[in-house]
Design a protein around this ligand. Structure first.
Ligand SMILES: Nc1ncnc2c1ncn2[C@@H]1O[C@H](COP(=O)(O)OP(=O)(O)OP(=O)(O)O)[C@@H](O)[C@H]1O
Length: 433
């Protein structure tokens, strides 16, 4: 494992992709990830990158994503993106420890599908949803990384990297929202089968491209998995994008149904605190597994068994808030009451303040319990109702049509309870109490 001193940094390579190399980086007490690209950044590309990073920062407020926090210049002039350092990728977990449990696969699928809902609503297509781009935070929360096309387009040096994971249309340079759904299919297939649908390290690249374009994915042998989950994964992996589910929202709804239909699992026994082992790994230096071409076989996957289910309740409830309709307010019909996905109602204070009208936007602010996740519901008069996750933020800026009346509402969840604020009329809308 190479640890290089570069300027004032200590760098440990974690792996290389189509366009850059990701390193864990230590500067004093700070530990981060740097994705280093093989060249300098010119002014026009920088302007494009800045616009992209601004859009991604907005997405990070709504969804579980790792996005660049800053653009940095290495001592030799190469450009690098600074990110939070995660513990490891799904690719590494599966290669080292085998397939995930069905329940973990459902949580993973729900989290990624609701992330794609938020991304697609913001007009952002990922383009490379792969097992290496699904990372785990120290808490066990799965997050999607490697958004952004600007530097990928400028610095791609290995066009064949990762083609085993790409949708057939992406191989022809045409990626859209349904290509991200194909990527989700690859991720779920990998998590269930313990290997990707097509071998990542195929020696004959032309044959691999041919397989990705034409061969069906091999069946997943998990008799305990619900048949509807296996059918969904197969639909996500359809070669023709039109035959895949129509949207990430549809996939989220299906995964919620599968989650709700699960047999209750036995109570977990006493074990380490959620994510504690992962946390230790992140802050150890150098990071374990860094620089290894193949993950070292690791029998012990106790951290995932503890950390991922510990996140499940909140991740599922957040996905549920995003796509389930019962709290939707409309100017003529609003629930105004608390409801829950699986748990009980214990009212907590959740107060949405008078929205501020900025013409094409409204700013909302509210008070609510600490540690809960929030979503904003905006119902246009005689128009659609949109729910936007805002994670733990207490303010939101919502784009509105300057000619339309709205009712706004905030939903909150701690993973067990869901609380709904009183609806707030905007521009004189009539919201039902
Ligand atoms: N923020 C991060 N924290 C921890 N590991 C990371 C982080 N970002 C990337 N990695 C890991 O670093 C390695 C290289 O990532 P990189 O994004 O360069 O390539 P890739 O995901 O294999 O390919 P692609 O170019 O298609 O994204 C991967 O194994 C990835 O899981």
């Amino acid at each position: 494992m190479a640890t290089a001193e570069e300027g004032h940094y200590s760098l440990v390579p974690l792996g290389g992709g189509a366009s850059g190399t990701v390193c864990a980086c230590r500067r004093g007490s700070e530990v981060i990830a740097l994705k280093v690209f093989p060249g300098r950044l010119y002014r026009r590309t920088r302007a494009r990158l800045d616009r992209e990073l601004a859009a991604l920062a907005g997405l990070a407020e709504q969804a579980g994503v790792v996005v660049p926090q800053a653009v940095e210049t290495m001592p030799d002039g190469r450009v690098a993106l600074r990110m939070e350092l995660c513990t490891q990728s799904l690719a590494r977990v599966v290669a080292a420890s085998g397939p995930l449990t069905v329940s973990d696969v459902l949580v993973l699928g729900l989290t990624l599908a609701s992330t794609l809902v938020a991304a697609h609503r913001a007009g952002i297509v990922h383009g490379r949803v792969t097992p290496a781009n699904v990372l785990f935070r120290a808490s066990g929360e799965p997050v999607l990384s490697d958004f952004g096309h600007t530097l990928r387009d400028v610095f791609t040096r290995d066009g064949d990297h990762g083609i085993a994971y790409l949708a057939p249309e992406t191989l022809d340079g045409d990626a859209g929202e349904r290509s991200d759904l194909y990527g989700l299919g690859v991720v779920l297939h990998t998590a269930l089968a313990g290997r990707p649908p097509f071998p990542a390290a195929a020696p004959d690249v032309a044959a691999l491209r041919d397989s990705v374009r034409h061969d069906p994915a091999p069946p997943v042998d998990r008799p305990e998995a619900p048949i509807d989950l296996l059918v969904l994964v197969d639909r996500l992996l359809e070669k023709d994008p039109v035959k895949r589910p129509a949207s990430a929202e549809e996939v989220t709804k299906q995964l919620i149904r599968l989650w709700e239909a699960q047999e209750p699992e036995p109570e977990p026994g006493p074990g380490p605190a959620a994510g504690s082992r992962l946390g230790a790994e992140v802050f150890a230096w150098p990071p374990p597994g860094a620089g290894e071409p193949e993950p070292a076989p690791r029998k012990d996957r106790a951290w995932l068994l503890v950390a991922l289910p510990a996140c499940a309740a909140i991740l599922v409830a957040v996905a549920w808030m995003l796509v389930k309709g019962p709290f939707g307010v409309t100017p003529s019909a609003a629930s105004g009451t608390a409801s829950t996905p699986p748990g009980t109602v214990e009212p907590v204070s959740l107060d949405l303040a008078e929205p501020a009208d900025l013409g094409t936007a409204a700013t909302l602010s509210w008070t609510g319990p600490a540690g809960w996740e929030f979503a904003v519901v905006a119902a246009a008069e005689a128009g659609p109702t949109e729910t936007t996750l805002v994670r733990r933020n207490r303010t939101a800026r919502v784009t509105v049509d300057p000619r339309v009346k709205y009712c706004f509402q905030v939903q909150a969840t701690d993973g067990v309870r869901v609380q709904v604020s009183e609806p707030r009329p905007f521009r004189g809308a009539t919201c039902r109490e």
